[in-house]
Design a protein. Structure first.
Length: 114
């Protein structure tokens, strides 16, 4: 039996910004630091769970830089990512009620970290 692939997981600058803005929103509107910290930890933990079965998640139908965009729902958020061989790049972390189709459709390239 073939061993599952092990992926290196990276976050794009957009995904990092999405997490940061959500955390700031929680702090500003609810003034609840523990909840904001827990959100950040929990979403990052969910992202880690993409390993080793990233390609088992459903595709969105969008293509960015030639790669199909996958998604993983978590609570009221959706984690969007691409798979490039043994690399998973999380491209966005959005609330499910956001117009994510328009956001993804407007993306021409992945805002990679150096």
């Amino acid at each position: 039996m073939e061993k599952p692939k092990r992926y290196k997981i990276k976050l794009s600058l957009d995904a990092v910004q999405d997490i940061k803005l959500t955390k700031e929103y929680i702090l500003k509107n609810f003034k609840y630091r523990v909840y904001a910290e827990n959100f950040s930890k929990k979403i990052k933990n969910e992202i880690k769970k993409l390993n080793p079965f990233a390609e088992a998640y459903e595709k969105t139908g969008f293509i960015i830089e030639g790669f199909p965009v996958y998604f993983k729902p978590y609570d009221t958020y959706i984690i969007f990512f691409i798979v490039d061989d043994r690399l998973v790049i999380v491209i966005r972390v959005l609330k499910e009620r956001m117009d994510w189709q328009t956001i993804l459709n407007s993306m021409k390239e992945i805002n990679r970290q150096s």
